[in-house]
Design a binder for this molecule. Structure first.
Ligand code: HEM
Length: 206
């Protein structure tokens, strides 16, 4: 009993630490903005910073399953929800920068711009797909949706793929970064497929 309580306390400390660590990029962006450190094109820098962190958090969230299997520990899965919500948080900041600073909240500007930019359309699609995942991330929703919750949350893979496609489409010269993301995503996908196959073959044997 006492051991269980200690583990619970340690988990709370670890979760607080991870939460603060996940907020650091945001704090750094605020610091750069307040102290005028965003360079010659501040809006573009804000796009890059928020977009990079949204994609990084999506990938960190995806890799939790792999870590769980690798270390035979349930702990990484305890952080998946928080990390996924941080991916949504940075993606929302990214969209806000576009809506407020690029488009000045003008519907007219958006109607003109969006059809001309396929990478924006892909980004918007990824973001819209991320919304139901964030909304249904609570334990209550998990219970309510039952097995469909797992099916719905597998959508994080197509979201990550669209995020990478968005990155490829907006890149003009050096494609190395989006290629690295694509390679990592393929490894994570292969791992996911292997896990599903192993799961279904175990079920068949039972
Ligand atoms: C889950 C959704 C999204 C992810 C993961 C994402 C990710 C990214 C990444 C990684 C970059 C490049 C950063 C760099 O070069 O260092 C980027 C840039 C950008 N994104 Fe997104 N994005 C998403 C959604 C969106 C949406 C919905 C919009 C607009 C409606 C958008 C607009 C932009 C713009 C304008 C840039 C900068 C392009 C440039 O100046 O070259 N993104 N995004």
């Amino acid at each position: 009993m006492a051991k269980k309580r200690l583990i619970k306390q340690q988990l709370v400390v670890l979760k607080t630490f991870v939460f603060i660590a996940c907020l650091m990029p945001f704090m750094f962006i605020i610091w750069e903005t307040v102290f005028n450190q965003l360079g010659a094109d501040p809006i573009q820098t804000l796009h890059f910073r928020t977009g990079d962190w949204a994609l990084r958090f999506l990938f960190i969230t995806l890799s939790m399953t792999l870590l769980q299997r690798f270390f035979h520990s349930p702990i990484p899965m305890r952080f998946r929800r928080m990390l996924g919500l941080f991916a949504f948080f940075y993606a929302s900041l990214h969209v806000l920068v576009w809506l407020v600073l690029d488009q000045s909240l003008s519907m007219e500007n958006m109607i003109k711009d969006v059809p001309q930019s396929p990478y924006i359309m892909v980004g918007l699609l990824a973001y819209f797909m991320l919304i139901p995942l964030a909304v249904t991330s609570t334990s209550g929703m998990m219970r309510l949706l039952g097995h469909s919750w797992f099916t719905l949350h597998k959508m994080i893979y197509p979201v990550a793929l669209l995020g990478v496609l968005h990155f490829f489409w907006l890149t003009k010269l050096d494609y190395s970064e989006p290629f690295i993301y694509l390679a990592i995503l393929l490894v994570l996908l292969a791992f996911r497929v292997a896990l599903t196959r192993r799961g279904s073959s175990v079920k068949q044997r039972v």
